[in-house]
Design a protein. Structure first.
Length: 335
């Protein structure tokens, strides 16, 4: 591969001038800068940015760990963060914990070894002590899609308890009374808060019953398996509505209900959470609770950069407000 000295020789300048043309273009004339870039194109030179950052003891990269990159919601959160960081010429390194606590710890260690400037994370469980260690080593941390629960980290989240309440209140307003909440595990704080919100909505409503079908993961397979358990209940005990704690689970619920011949929403109404694109385009468009995913990612990235640039910057905990998006899976087909 071509080296800096090869570019310098082709352009007829010193290696220091090549470095200035790349890193401090204001220090060289436009004519020299164009000559250097022409030499770079002719030789196919690619600079070793990692080596440069190592020499300068600087790494502009930011690491991000999400619960499930297969969930379009987290892909949108990451996109929002990436767009915000790109404007500051900071690359985003993306990790996927797959809702696995051990894998999450492994990725945190890898990001530390990469000497990233900061880490955005949607935790699987309670990793605050580990994150505190990371922060003490000079790496900024912001928690995404969950309240931090501590004053040492900024966080960006949605009011999930309100979201759960909105979902179940919508079902209650439509006359549904036996409501199953499908999704888990409860160790994921967002899930626990959504379930609490569901219980809040049903409290004091005559005849309202909220049951929980906890799942090990938050994907369509978990939704299908939980729905089979729901359909195995005696007919008089089956729910007349399901609140799935994310849209991937809701899609699995819809698939299994359709396979079993149950009509949605006539037999069982269904609402999900996140309002991913697939919810609106399902065979029966799924009602959902919308979170502003890209806005959350962008806000988290801005808070992280602020913490990187000034470790004494005040901790912030912005909370976004969820919104109900009602579709055919609860309302039925309407002309």
């Amino acid at each position: 591969m071509a080296q800096v000295r090869d570019v310098a020789a082709r352009a007829g300048v010193s290696p220091a001038t090549v470095s200035n043309a790349l890193n401090h273009p204001d220090k060289v004339s436009e004519k020299t800068r164009l000559r250097v870039h022409r030499a770079i194109e002719e030789l196919g030179y690619v600079r070793n940015d990692a080596a440069r950052q190592l020499r300068q003891q600087q790494n502009l990269a930011v690491g991000m760990i999400v619960l499930d990159i297969g969930n379009p919601f987290f892909a949108d959160v990451a996109r929002g963060a990436e767009n915000s960081l790109a404007a500051l010429h900071r690359p985003l390194l993306l990790g996927n914990s797959s809702q696995n606590a051990e894998r999450e710890l492994t990725q945190l260690r890898l990001f530390e070894e990469q000497r990233v400037d900061g880490i955005l994370i949607t935790p699987v469980g309670d990793v605050l002590a580990r994150l505190a260690q990371i922060k003490q080593r000079g790496i900024a941390v912001v928690i995404v899609d969950r309240e931090a629960g501590a004053d040492q980290f900024s966080s960006v989240s949605t009011n999930d308890r309100l979201g759960g309440r909105l979902a179940v209140q919508h079902l209650l307003d439509l006359g549904r009374r036996r409501i199953s909440v499908i999704g888990g595990p409860q160790i994921i704080r967002q899930v626990a808060h959504r379930h609490q919100g569901a219980q809040d909505a049903a409290a004091g409503v005559e005849g309202a019953q909220v049951s929980l079908f906890d799942t090990g993961t938050m994907d369509s397979q978990a939704g299908r398996e939980a729905t089979r358990a729901v359909l195995d209940l005696p007919r008089g005990e089956r729910p007349d509505a399901v609140f799935a704690t994310n849209d991937l689970v809701a899609l699995g619920v819809l698939q299994e209900l359709s396979r079993a011949g149950a009509k949605v929403p006539e037999d069982i109404a269904l609402i999900g959470y996140d309002d991913i694109q697939f919810a609106a385009s399902a065979t029966v468009p799924i009602s959902s609770i919308r979170q502003p995913a890209q806005e959350m990612g962008a806000k988290a990235a801005r808070l992280l950069v602020a913490a990187i640039e000034d470790p004494s910057a005040p901790v912030q905990h912005p909370v976004f407000t969820p919104a109900l998006v009602a579709r055919e899976s609860t309302l039925g087909h309407r002309e």
